[in-house]
Design a protein around this ligand. Structure first.
Ligand SMILES: N[C@@H](CCC(=O)N[C@@H](CS)C(=O)NCC(=O)O)C(=O)O
Length: 311
């Protein structure tokens, strides 16, 4: 099998979720460090437009969104499981809560002035301005949540997580599962990237020790490669055969059509290509790029819109 290539940057919480999962499954992977903001020409050469972080590449297959990336990693390395049979529905629902509902308030809390200064680090004021503008544009101009409201929400969420950890080391039992990684990555950011505001965790020591247990799993074995190398790997590879899964047509769009797929909330840059698959869980587009060659770009169905390109 081709190598697992993660396109990411160190401070991305969603990328940290995937790094944690790679550690949990003790996988070896290649690491491509990508820009934290647009422009991202080498990412877009692979994805066709999608700009969120991270993306996963395996040869000429590109997987967008961490929910799908986790499914792909589970398929490649089923043990230990991310979705334990006894509570796989619950695990996915708690994970979706972590990824969608906790992320915004926790990041708004982390971005209060002292945290923002830590995030901006030694970068120039111009870099900081461009970063703020990039994220504003990504949110479609919507303001970030006020940090006092964010603090109140964050503290409630921490208490709920703490309640889940009273009698067990991980959120749903003795072993970690997808629920833990999705709930942990925004809190990881508070603890390790904005330590000036990490005192918020002191009221819930069970959450702190849970985060330490997750961090002890490590990040697997990684080797850094350049984005040029990753593009050359895509160029010299052929997309993997598509799984033999039924076509689920919810849009009246036949396979083979030229379509556009985009995230339905923020970071909605579209990807255009030929619809190769629309299964219960994912959409696959075939597209060609001068530098990446012919690739298959895969998206989860949840959180993405599918439209036919108008003739
Ligand atoms: N639902 C997406 C969310 C990904 C996301 O929001 N990533 C953030 C970084 S943690 C991002 O894309 N920020 C802008 C960027 O990296 O350009 C997923 O699960 O992958």
């Amino acid at each position: 099998m081709s190598d697992i290539i993660l396109h990411h940057y160190p401070t991305s919480p969603f990328a940290e979720k995937i790094r944690m999962v790679l550690g949990f499954k003790q996988l070896s992977w290649k690491s491509v460090i990508i820009p934290m903001m647009m422009p991202k020409p080498d990412v877009v050469a692979l994805s066709g437009g999608y700009r969120r972080t991270p993306i996963l590449q395996i040869g000429a297959d590109v997987y967008c969104d961490t929910a799908l990336i986790c499914d792909v990693l589970e398929h490649l390395q089923p043990q230990p499981p991310l979705y334990p049979e006894s509570h796989k529905g619950l695990a996915r629902i708690v994970a979706q809560w972590g990824d969608s509902l906790t992320f915004n308030p926790v990041m708004a809390f982390n971005f209060q002035p002292s945290g923002a200064a830590e995030i901006m680090g030694n970068n120039s004021p111009e870099w900081a301005k461009a970063f703020v503008q990039d994220r504003q544009a990504m949110r479609g101009g919507a303001p970030r949540m006020n940090s006092s409201d964010a603090a109140a929400t964050y503290k409630s969420y921490l208490r709920r997580l703490s309640d889940m950890l009273t009698d067990q080391p991980f959120l749903l039992g003795d072993q970690p599962c997808i629920a833990d990684f999705s709930a942990a990555h925004p809190i990881w950011f508070t603890q390790y990237r904005t330590p000036s505001v990490a005192g918020v965790l002191d009221a819930t020591p069970l959450v702190k020790s849970w985060l330490e247990r997750i961090m002890a799993l490590g990040h697997g074995q990684s080797t850094e490669i350049s984005s040029e190398r990753a593009l050359a790997i895509a160029q010299s590879s052929t997309p993997a055969a598509l799984a033999n899964e039924p076509f689920q047509d919810d849009h009246g769009i036949p396979l083979g059509s030229e379509v556009v797929v985009a995230a339905d909330t923020f970071g909605t840059e579209p990807t255009t290509g030929q619809l190769m698959a629309a299964t219960r869980t994912r959409l696959t587009l075939r597209r060609s790029d001068e530098r990446a060659g012919t690739v298959h770009v895969h998206f989860p169905r949840i959180g993405f819109t599918l439209k036919k390109v108008s003739p």
